[in-house]
Design a protein. Structure first.
Ligand SMILES: *[C@@H]1O[C@H](CO)[C@@H](O)[C@H](O)[C@H]1NC(C)=O
Ligand SMILES: *[C@@H]1O[C@H](CO)[C@@H](O)[C@H](O)[C@H]1NC(C)=O
Ligand SMILES: *[C@@H]1O[C@H](CO)[C@@H](O)[C@H](O)[C@H]1NC(C)=O
Ligand SMILES: *[C@@H]1O[C@H](CO)[C@@H](O)[C@H](O)[C@H]1NC(C)=O
Ligand SMILES: *[C@@H]1O[C@H](CO)[C@@H](O)[C@H](O)[C@H]1NC(C)=O
Ligand SMILES: *[C@@H]1O[C@H](CO)[C@@H](O)[C@H](O)[C@H]1NC(C)=O
Ligand SMILES: *[C@@H]1O[C@H](CO)[C@@H](O)[C@H](O)[C@H]1NC(C)=O
Length: 820
């Protein structure tokens, strides 16, 4: 059936193109378009004509991509009223009205309204995919009397506005096709929700299905990084005349579209990959379970990492019906655990990194600052929470919520901070109940190795750690506390300069994303590694110290230990423990040194890296996404134990690089997950992707980037996948490892490596699953085709240096990806 459809639609497609097209992009009142004819936009990107989806025999007038071999319809005129044979005829009347009718009849199947008077109306298909009516004698060609972009169907193209004209009330929304063969509107709709502070909403029928969260100036609070796309840029415009969402191409050489998919119940973004000749999905909404609307009832908060229940009550709240809550029925939501006492003063608790609540019961001011916002909220007893939102203008803007808080989602990084009203007494209690994380080590036996440690962790109270009290007098106390548990040494500049022989070239160990690394010896003989941060970060002194303190708190045997820092004028340096065996890449890619790392040793290294990453993702207080995991960032101590370096730096010093208005993504080409490289979406799962590459590199001794082999594979992933499909996966490892290793363990690691590099983040295992997978003998899921497709072959610009040499910049820009 599916195949049948495919065959049919391909034939249909060929037929359309084999017929003479009008070779023109306009129709004037003396012309008409009938079945088999097409109108092609000036640059050949789009075509307008009749098509017939599925096997119904119904014919529709539509617009599709003209020169790609997979019929992709982006707009349909008569979606409600198909023509049952191929006798459709399109014309434009002298009044400017477009009419679609059946030949030799007079009744319109579909038509537009009369336009403002035009002397010489023409219908034109533009290169943007917009079908417009304009006056041929109007000197301004952008003066459209009618445009299809005002009547979107299921697809949003760059330049199209989705939203409301506040002057006329005209609302442009997307609505999905009912199914792949029926363009009539399904029940999935995407548009602007105007009530309260406006935001984008996906509806299913009359119900909200997923929300974007507040627009915070450079993205939506529910997806704070998705503005950072190399292909796509978007804006949410809100002024007295209009509220709309619009996107643009950053580079016209990549085709991209957003489409509502009724089958998947999702809004999906695709980019065309000319190499594989397929559409590649780069983003979807809802993104994950917690993106679904109101998963946890009123005043609940949904956290994808809080398995298995997902739901918790917001701080200061408790389940309304605890028994039902216990059996995973969250519909009752949560109520205040202690009554508010507005007269005698309430306080606020800050919850970090959330998708803000549904704004229908909110009030908004674009100019009020955070302090004013808090004061106003405090004086109005029905105000339950507030936030400020415009990060592009230093966080101006104030939103207050009245009544229950609905659909709050916990994000991992970079969401909004939400301040929730609680009784004053509650802010005190909260402070005392800081819970320390318990880590239990369980011991398992693994062949060849003896012992292996697996982490079990208790994550129950993890989120509570992140909630922090925000109250006038309490924040001082907090500062004091932070100073007390600060064990970080601050080194004198003179000491460091002496230790490194004034940063002499001989002591240079390498260069990473954030600066040069030197070896040094302190007067007491202790060897250190010094990272001299590049000066560009522009970060203040206090901010710098705070971040360093946070990083210093991350301690794990598979993380490089930060010993201290050094601040000298505008220079900042980080001092680490010294790793005598340098980095992993200096072994595995080196023809002679690689022999040191036999398979048992490599397996030990793999497990160590996995545990270090698991700690960063789940067990550390900060929940760090590394974002630049690669072999040169894995250092080896004297016993060849792996230690991850550069963790937390992206968070601390790469902040400016994650803003929507730059083209830069922190990370290294060859290790980045597709959704990160393309859309700037990073998550723990993009780290898992990088881990997968690392795994394949450790096994194969080859680099993913700069990979070249006679079997036509563009990169290591593709090569590994090919061998996997050809049922000879061990070829990847090469004779040396196969001889030194436990084959089933080796095979298992290849298998896990492929699972890590799956196209869709949700198909990749989490680090906790992965750590278990490494040592257990349970059956693993079957990998699908990995997400290697966007990687290009030989990567001349950047693959020459074997080590972390000067040419290996950790930042790449658009032009690198788009070398097609
Ligand atoms: C197509 O529709 C016309 C008018 O609605 C009807 O007269 C005709 O019988 C239909 N043809 C087929 C093949 O269903
Ligand atoms: C419409 O009428 C013209 C002229 O009478 C005829 O040639 C043509 O075949 C008719 N088309 C259809 C679809 O009936
Ligand atoms: C034509 O105008 C009517 C009334 O103003 C409106 O309801 C309808 O949607 C318009 N149709 C189109 C195709 O613009
Ligand atoms: C919706 O998703 C399905 C499978 O996930 C895919 O086959 C189909 O092409 C998608 N539809 C659209 C309109 O993109
Ligand atoms: C909910 O479950 C927990 C642990 O399973 C139990 O300790 C508690 O008593 C339960 N509460 C209610 C109200 O059933
Ligand atoms: C509190 O704010 C709400 C919503 O803006 C408003 O309706 C109400 O009058 C305010 N109450 C007070 C006491 O200011
Ligand atoms: C767009 O891509 C092309 C080729 O892929 C490249 O030459 C061009 O520099 C890119 N433009 C921008 C603005 O990045």
């Amino acid at each position: 059936m599916e195949m049948g459809f495919y065959f049919y639609s391909v034939c249909c497609f060929l037929v359309i193109f084999s017929k003479a097209s009008m070779a023109s992009d306009t129709i004037s009142p003396s012309e008409s378009l009938t079945g088999g004819m097409t109108l092609v936009s000036n640059d050949g990107t789009f075509a307008l004509g009749f098509f017939s989806p599925g096997t119904s025999g119904n014919h529709y007038l539509g617009i599709w991509y003209n020169n790609i071999p997979m019929q992709t319809v982006v707009w349909v005129a008569n979606r409600l009223n198909p023509i049952n044979d191929s006798t459709g005829l399109l014309k434009i009347e002298t009044s400017g009205r477009i009419v679609l009718q059946v030949q030799n009849t007079t009744t319109a199947v579909w038509s537009t309204n009369k336009t403002a008077s035009a002397r010489n109306p023409v219908l034109q298909l533009l290169d943007s995919g917009n079908l417009v009516v304009r006056d041929g004698e109007d000197s301004n060609p952008e003066n459209y009397l009618w445009q299809s972009f005002d009547y979107p169907t299921d697809t949003m193209l760059p330049g199209m506005k989705i939203g409301v004209d506040l002057r006329t009330g005209f609302d442009r929304r997307l609505s999905a096709w009912k199914n792949w063969a029926d363009p009539s509107p399904g029940d999935l709709v995407y548009g602007v929700e105007l009530e309260g502070s406006p935001e984008m909403v996906l509806w299913k029928g009359l119900q909200k299905y997923s929300r974007s969260g507040l627009w915070i100036g450079n993205g939506f609070s529910g997806a704070p990084n998705s503005g950072l796309s190399w292909i796509f840029d978007y804006k949410f415009v809100w002024n007295e005349n209009e509220v709309y969402y619009i996107c643009f191409f950053k580079n016209n050489s990549v085709r991209s579209r957003v489409v509502l998919n009724q089958t998947d119940s999702a809004r999906e973004r695709y980019a065309w990959n000319p190499e594989t000749q397929t559409w590649q999905q780069t983003l979807a909404m809802p993104t994950d379970y917690c993106d679904g609307y109101e998963r946890c009832g009123l005043n609940g908060i949904c956290d994808n990492n809080n398995l298995p229940s997902y739901c918790q009550c917001l701080t200061g709240f408790m389940p309304k019906w605890p028994e039902r809550w216990n059996s995973s029925d969250y519909s009752g939501g949560c109520i205040h655990s202690k009554p508010l006492d507005c007269q005698n003063g309430d306080g606020f608790i800050r919850i970090r990194n959330v998708k803000t609540p549904d704004t229908t019961n909110s009030w908004v001011s674009t100019s009020m600052n955070l302090k004013k916002c808090r004061d106003e909220c405090l004086t109005n007893c029905s105000c339950m929470a507030y936030t400020n939102f415009d990060v592009t203008r230093g966080g101006s803007g104030c939103v207050m919520w009245f009544g229950d808080l609905i659909d709050v989602k916990q994000l991992q990084t970079e969401g909004q901070d939400l301040y929730i009203r609680v009784p004053a007494s509650e802010t005190e209690v909260k402070k005392k109940s800081k819970v320390k994380l318990a880590i239990i080590l369980a011991t398992l036996i693994a062949p060849f190795l003896g012992f292996l440690l697996v982490f079990c962790y208790i994550c129950r109270s993890r989120r509570k750690l992140k909630d922090e009290v925000e109250d006038k007098n309490l924040s001082d106390k907090e500062n004091k506390e932070e100073n007390e548990d600060m064990e970080l040494a601050v080194f004198e500049f003179g000491t460091i300069a002496q230790a490194t022989d004034s940063f002499s070239f001989r002591n240079k160990l390498g260069e990473g994303g954030f600066g040069l690394v030197y070896k040094g010896t302190l007067p007491n003989g202790q060897e250190i590694g010094v990272k001299r941060l590049s000066k560009s970060s522009g970060q203040g002194l206090t901010e710098f110290k705070n971040e360093v303190k946070l990083i210093a708190k991350l301690q794990h045997r598979n993380l490089v230990r930060l010993l201290g820092c050094c601040i000298h004028e505008d220079e900042r340096m980080l001092v680490y423990e010294y790793m005598p065996n340098r980095s992993l890449d200096s072994f595995i890619f080196d023809q002679t040194k690689r022999a040191v790392l036999t398979w048992p040793k490599r397996f030990q290294i793999i497990c160590g890296i996995a545990r270090g990453l698991l700690y960063l993702h789940q067990d550390s207080r900060l929940r760090i996404i590394h974002r630049d995991l690669k072999t040169s960032n894995v250092l080896l101590d004297s016993e060849m134990n792996p230690k991850i370096s550069d963790f937390g730096l992206a968070r601390a010093f790469g902040r400016d690089q994650t803003e929507a208005n730059t083209n830069r993504v922190v990370g290294t080409y060859g290790y980045m997950a597709p959704e990160y490289a393309i859309d700037g979406q990073f998550s723990v799962k993009s780290d898992v992707f990088s881990f997968g590459i690392l795994l394949l590199e450790i096994i194969s001794g080859r680099k993913n980037r700069g990979f070249y082999l006679a079997d036509q594979s563009n990169n290591l992933i593709e090569h590994a996948w090919r061998l996997w499909k050809e049922d000879k996966p061990l070829v990847l490892a090469g004779d040396f490892l196969v001889e030194s290793g436990d084959l089933s363990e080796l095979l298992r690691c290849i298998h896990i490596g492929l699972l890590c590099v799956q196209q869709h983040p949700e198909e990749r295992p989490s680090m906790s699953t992965l750590v278990v997978m490494l040592v257990s003998r349970n059956e693993l899921p079957t990998p699908k085709q990995p997400g290697f497709l966007f990687y290009k072959k030989p990567f001349e610009a950047d693959c020459s240096s074997g080590n972390d040499g000067p040419s290996s910049r950790n930042e790449i820009s658009l032009s690198v990806l788009e070398a097609r």
